[in-house]
Design a protein around this ligand. Structure first.
Ligand code: HEM
Ligand SMILES: *[C@@H]1O[C@H](CO)[C@@H](O)[C@H](O)[C@H]1NC(C)=O
Ligand SMILES: *[C@@H]1O[C@H](CO)[C@@H](O)[C@H](O)[C@H]1NC(C)=O
Ligand SMILES: *[C@@H]1O[C@H](CO)[C@@H](O)[C@H](O)[C@H]1NC(C)=O
Length: 511
């Protein structure tokens, strides 16, 4: 690694090529039988590697490079070697069939700041303890999603919370929309607070007023952290930046500290008032697991505090991703009014106007489901998974990838592969429907937005249910339209989660 860095700084790419070539020769001479060639890729420049060739739209550049170099290619981001995987079957081969070899996370500097380096998502080393930690998070979500509703006919507490919040948001949108008229309103602010409220309710059993200052500051912290994070941190690509004063890094650490304080305060409150017979939220579900653990020795490798702090993972993950999904959905709805009309038709047929949409309406509404999949696919707003890293030396598709190599999974490419989709650039929910009008599961499986295999997103079902309820509740009550003269731009700028450009909507109550 160190040698490679020196190479890159002081010699031209030709030398690197020669070097690769001689490695190849070495391999051919059979000195190391297990070792194949390194993956192909564009020639890196000294110091910056291929960063300049990447430009602003990293997902598009890497998708283009695949045409030349294939499904397994290698680039250099600063001094960091990154292997990029594309193509549905190649990605599946790596993340599912050779899952363990690709299940690590790179030890990025910025990742180590989250949850004091104890984060299941970002920093914990892949191994037995991590597997246990992920299982505990999954179980907590499951336990909680089985908790009973309090005071409504909803099938569970989760549904009750989501439906109530969706309704609240629609009422607020309507009120603001009435006042704004043709000017329209920016739906983002209400979306952010509503989705944040759902997460707060799930994690801590609390709901805040839209103008509560503590709540607003937490919401803002979270968006700020993600914004700084999303830029791809220079300190991850150029280790020297770790030692230089950096305003944005310092800001990130400040935000993360304030966030942690908020979390710790809530966790402490829960510990003080815990009642085994009344699981109020995910924090309670986690505390219950700590108690169960004593009877079950196999689980002894995680501390109570680590278990309870898992709520931070769920809080952080289930927030920005869902908001962004809803923002994109609303943009597509006003861009394609005929598609909106078909969804409204389905709502009228399946739900009617006398009750609110619920979780169990989803299987009966294939067009709406197809629409959500098509939003995921077409926007591909999570263009790469969180970076992975190899946990061992492996030979993959004939290429040698050493242990601890950073791996990017190009979800955007899979979602825009001509061979799977034929016309990837058209927005066409119908592509997911079979002749009999059902959702084609073989095809929806190929939409990549939650990753796959060992590292797959934990909140996948949960997220699709929440987006479904928010959209159907919205369209049951309101028509949304573009405002006069506004161009609707579906393009996006590269980030961990890509936001649509700002837009305003006009609201018209339905009959
Ligand atoms: C539409 C919404 C969402 C999208 C698009 C999304 C997408 C993703 C992606 C791409 C990953 C990384 C997978 C990988 O590294 O290969 C991930 C991981 C994760 N997600 Fe989500 N997610 C969403 C919502 C949620 C929600 C609501 C929760 C929690 C309830 C959640 C919990 C997690 C966790 C805990 C991980 C880390 C898994 C690991 O490192 O093993 N996500 N998600
Ligand atoms: C929030 O706004 C509502 C009116 O929109 C008001 O009645 C309430 O007092 C406000 N709450 C706070 C904490 O400012
Ligand atoms: C992995 O490969 C490297 C050569 O790149 C070698 O030095 C190292 O010993 C190998 N490690 C294992 C565990 O096989
Ligand atoms: C579902 O999609 C796949 C892939 O495009 C296709 O081969 C299959 O025939 C479709 N199934 C149905 C029932 O339409």
């Amino acid at each position: 690694m160190f040698l490679e860095e020196i190479f890159c700084m002081s010699t031209s790419g030709v030398t690197v090529l020669l070097c690769v070539f001689s490695l190849l020769l070495l391999a051919l001479r059979g000195q190391r039988r297990t070792r194949g060639t390194l993956p192909p890729g564009p020639r890196p420049w000294p110091l910056v590697g291929n960063l300049l060739q990447m430009g602003e739209q990293v997902h598009l550049s890497l998708t283009n490079l695949r045409v030349q170099y294939g499904d397994v290619l290698q680039v250099k981001m600063g001094s960091l070697v990154v292997v990029v995987l594309s193509g549905y079957s190649t990605v599946k081969e790596a993340l599912v069939r050779q899952g363990e070899a690709f299940a690590g996370r790179p030890d990025f500097f910025s990742f180590s700041a989250i949850a004091n380096g104890e984060s299941m998502t970002f920093s914990e080393k892949y191994g037995e303890t991590w597997v246990l930690h992920k299982k505990i998070c999954r179980n907590a979500l499951k336990t909680f999603s089985q908790a009973e509703a309090r005071d409504s006919s909803a099938s569970c507490l989760l549904e009750e919370r989501i439906c109530a919040e969706a309704l609240e948001m629609v009422e607020a949108l309507k009120e603001q929309g009435d006042e704004a008229g043709d000017e329209g309103i920016d739906p983002s602010i209400l979306l952010v607070t509503s989705v944040a409220n759902v997460v707060c309710a799930l994690c801590f059993g609390k709901r805040y007023d839209y103008n509560d200052t503590e709540f607003l500051s937490i919401v803002n912290i979270n968006t700020e952290v993600l914004r700084i994070f999303a830029g791809g941190n220079l300190a991850d690509f150029f280790p020297i930046f770790r030692y230089l004063p950096s305003p944005s890094l310092r800001k990130m650490f400040q935000f993360i500290n304030r966030m942690n304080e908020f979390m710790e305060r809530n966790i402490k409150e829960h510990l003080d008032t815990f009642d085994r017979n009344c699981i109020r939220d995910i924090t309670d579900a986690l505390i219950a697991m700590c108690e169960d653990r004593d009877e079950d020795e196999e689980k002894a490798t995680l501390s109570n505090s680590q278990i309870v702090r898992s709520v931070i993972e769920i809080f952080g993950a289930g927030f920005d991703t869902i908001i962004t999904g809803l923002q994109w959905s609303i943009l597509y709805l006003i861009k394609f009014p005929d598609i909106q009309a078909k969804i409204i038709q389905e709502i009228d047929n399946q739900v009617g106007t006398n009750r609110l949409p619920q979780f169990n309406d989803k299987p009966n509404m294939p067009y709406t489901e197809a629409f959500i999949y098509e939003v995921f696919r077409h926007s591909s707003y999570v263009p790469f998974t969180i970076p992975h890293c190899t946990t061992e030396n492996i030979t993959f598709n004939g290429y040698f990838i050493p242990k601890d190599t950073c791996v990017f999974i190009n979800q955007y490419q899979v979602n825009h592969d001509m061979e799977i989709w034929g016309d990837p650039e058209s927005f066409r929910p119908e592509r997911f429907l079979t002749q009999s009008g059902n959702v084609n599961k073989t095809l929806t499986e190929k939409v990549m937005i939650f990753g796959m295999g060992i590292r797959r997103c934990l909140g996948d079902n949960f997220a699709r249910l929440e987006i479904f309820v928010f959209l159907t509740t919205l369209l049951q009550r309101l028509n949304i339209e573009n405002i006069p003269g506004q161009e609707l731009d579906l393009s996006s700028t590269f980030a961990l989660t890509m936001k649509p450009k700002h837009f305003r909507i006009k609201i018209a109550p339905r009959n």
